[in-house]
Design a protein around this ligand. Structure first.
Ligand SMILES: Nc1ncnc2c1ncn2[C@@H]1O[C@H](COP(=O)(O)OP(=O)(O)OP(=O)(O)O)[C@@H](O)[C@H]1O
Length: 378
């Protein structure tokens, strides 16, 4: 069953509040497509538009190239999985998973129901729990039953809205791997909403980043992490967050970030993009790409003072202060630094990203035309 979905110029308002503004995207058949964004970005609204629960004010939806704005939700063959599964608590796992197949629309035979429920329960590794009541399950097991109930219908498309957000960290990690494998086995187009960047990077074949109802970028996890289109995307992916520095472009096309220290020669490929007339640029460097030392090692060393030191197992997040700005680094946790202690840092300019006017990455591979349609992505 082929299921690709295209959204063209979709807009949706709630009174005066624009929840979605000119959304253009294509989800390819059998793709695991992630919609990522902060609270209130419009993620759930977008799923609801695809499911048919909201009609967009403007724009068209296509399923396999066929216009489907006015197809009723129940006729779209789209299964939605929410974080809150609303299971029947007094029924068994089997009965819960089987329930969609007993609805007037499907009314499957007993044999078909038995086969389908067993198939799905095996994929979700809950086949040993089929006779248990929902009230006797852990939260993680309940979430799987909820997924199972969506899976038995073999829909064209799955829509999943933060289905594992409230599981504990260990189980979430495990479920991430299982969801990915499950999707491969099921061979079904999946659109998955999350505000967790690790979930987005590990699950998505492609990720759309939504912010204030607009698409900031669409791309593969590598595109998003290594070529973020703008500062918003760069700062949304990575923990601790990427550091941004204001830099001055000098006449000889070098960069100056700190008065007291030089910056290594920037690569020619970057020089060619720099505009000396603009004079200022923002440099983004991830915390793992800044070195520390306790003595001034060379002309590139910048003296800072320790603002905070957070041990996180083997690694620690060291925050230092320079000229009133905070800079985050990842360091080994055995270092044990004291507040206000002096340290030196060195930026690895070869790992830096460069953001120009409008906070756009000079090396962005994400281009849109005047109508907001993506015209090029590597
Ligand atoms: N039924 C509604 N009536 C009025 N405003 C709404 C309605 N649903 C959503 N909104 C508004 O639309 C915007 C987008 O909301 P939406 O729930 O789609 O965001 P989200 O990205 O899913 O957020 P979250 O991660 O918090 O669930 C928000 O400003 C929200 O307040």
């Amino acid at each position: 069953m082929v299921a690709d979905i295209t959204l063209k110029s979709i807009s949706k308002k709630f009174k005066n509040n624009t929840a979605l503004a000119n959304i253009n995207l294509t989800v390819r058949d059998k793709e695991f497509f992630v919609i990522f964004g902060p609270a209130g970005a419009g993620k759930t609204t977008l799923l609801n538009v695809i499911a048919g629960l909201y009609l967009p004010e403007y724009g068209n939806l296509y399923l396999n190239g066929v216009y489907f704005n006015y197809v009723e939700p129940e006729d779209r063959n789209i299964a939605m999985v929410f974080e809150d599964y609303a299971l029947y608590p007094h029924f068994t796992v089997f009965e819960n998973i089987a329930s969609p197949l007993k609805s007037p629309k499907y009314k499957e035979s007993k044999a078909v129901i038995e086969k389908e429920v067993t198939r799905v329960a095996r994929i979700l590794k809950i086949d040993h729990l089929l006779e248990r009541n929902i009230s006797e399950l852990s939260n993680g097991q309940r979430q799987r039953v909820g997924l199972g109930r969506a899976l038995v219908r073999t829909p064209n498309v799955f829509l999943m809205d933060e289905p594992i957000t409230h599981l504990d960290a260990k189980l979430r990690h495990q479920m991430r791997a299982e969801l990915k494998e499950m999707q491969k086995n099921l061979d079904t187009t999946t659109i998955y909403v999350t505000h967790d960047y690790l979930e987005a990077l590990s699950l998505g074949d492609e990720i759309a980043i939504l912010n204030e109802g607009k698409i900031e970028q669409i791309g593969t996890p590598d595109d998003i992490y290594f070529y973020p289109h703008n500062e918003f995307v760069a700062s949304s992916f990575g923990e601790p967050e990427i550091n941004f520095f204001d830099a001055l472009v000098t006449d000889d096309k070098q960069l100056s970030i700190f008065e007291e220290a030089k910056i290594q020669d920037i690569p020619d490929i970057v020089k060619n993009k720099l505009d000396t007339s603009a004079r200022s640029i923002r440099v983004g460097i991830r915390p793992k790409d800044i070195k520390y030392s306790f003595v001034k090692e060379n002309d590139y060393s910048v003296e800072c003072s320790v603002y905070s030191f957070e041990p996180l197992g083997a690694k620690a997040v060291l925050t230092v202060e320079k000229n009133g700005n905070q800079i985050r680094l990842v360091v080994p946790s055995i270092l044990q630094m004291d507040m206000d202690q002096h340290v030196y840092i060195e930026l690895d300019i070869n790992k830096a990203m460069f953001f120009g006017p409008e906070k756009i990455n000079l090396f962005s591979k994400f281009l849109k035309d005047a109508k907001g349609e993506v015209i090029w992505q590597s």
